[in-house]
Design a protein around this ligand. Structure first.
Ligand code: APR
Length: 245
């Protein structure tokens, strides 16, 4: 199972970071992308998550994002999100690098969260660059910029778009600093995010891969833990609270 070895590595770590994907939010009821009932099994990326798709049909793209935003607004951080925030409070976790756009790490209390792919609750204007928070679902679809009346788009990274360079630089810095990384709930197939945990390994650190299914990190991980995020963090917190024998 690997949980015992994972606990030992976490206890010994001096600069532990957490790298998360959609799987960490699965137990909050938010669908993943590539699992058996993943979003990309039901929808075509080309129609919904590319700049071309948005220019071609902003209404369709916004209908899909409004549906996902509703899911996110109605979701609650789960035990894994909360455990990660607790471990940061205890000084064990130094940063969370997430591919997720749902903001659940921050809602669980994590302070140092690096959002590589943006945030679905934020919008930006394609004309004037205005950025704002969407406190509730947009009244009109597609929503219009309050400054210039231009088209607003979700402030997320679409396929074919570069990641925010400041976030990527922060993530590389954290990975270079880390002596251990918990990789939780990601297939790891999307670059450049997917290679970030490998930097920790390349510098002699430890990669703990938490996933109920095999993924790209299995062959290189220091420890593979075949558990869901909630199961893993429940056991980890219990083990860390337990007085050492
Ligand atoms: N706990 C932990 N892991 C889980 C759970 C769970 N309860 N349920 C599913 N998983 C795992 C799946 O086995 C899979 O390996 O989560 C992973 C989800 O993989 P993807 O759906 O590919 O999501 P992710 O890795 O985050 O995708 C990366 O791709 O579509 C783009 O921008 C999008 O950020 C996303 C990126």
């Amino acid at each position: 199972m690997g949980i015992e070895r994972a606990v030992e590595h976490v206890k010994r770590s001096r600069h532990l970071i957490v790298f998360t994907g959609a799987g960490v939010s699965a137990e909050s009821g938010i669908p993943t992308f590539r699992g058996p009932d993943g979003l990309w099994r039901r929808y075509r990326v080309e129609d919904l998550a590319t700049p071309e798709a948005f220019l071609r049909n902003p209404k369709l793209v916004w209908e899909w994002y409004a549906w996902r935003l509703k899911l996110v607004k109605n979701a609650e951080p789960n035990e894994a999100h909360r455990a990660i925030a607790l471990l940061e409070k205890l000084g064990l976790v130094k940063a969370v690098i997430t591919q997720n756009v749902d903001g659940l790490h921050q809602r669980a209390g994590s302070k140092r969260v690096i959002e590589l792919h943006g945030n679905i609750s934020r919008v930006k204007c394609v004309e004037c660059g205005y950025k704002g928070e969407l406190d509730e679902l947009p009244k009109e679809i597609p929503p219009r910029c309050p400054i210039c009346g231009g088209l607003l788009r979700p402030d997320v990274v679409w396929f074919g778009e570069p990641l925010p360079s400041d976030k990527l630089a922060e993530a590389y810095r954290e990975a270079r600093e880390a002596d251990a990384v918990l990789v939780v709930g990601t297939s790891g197939v999307v670059e450049p995010a997917g290679s970030i945990p490998l930097i920790v390994l390349e510098r002699g650190g430890v990669l703990i891969n938490v996933n109920p299914e095999p993924n790209r990190y299995d062959p290189v991980a220091t420890v593979n833990v075949r558990m869901t995020a909630v199961q893993f963090f429940r056991d980890l917190i219990r083990a860390l609270k337990a007085p050492s024998p």
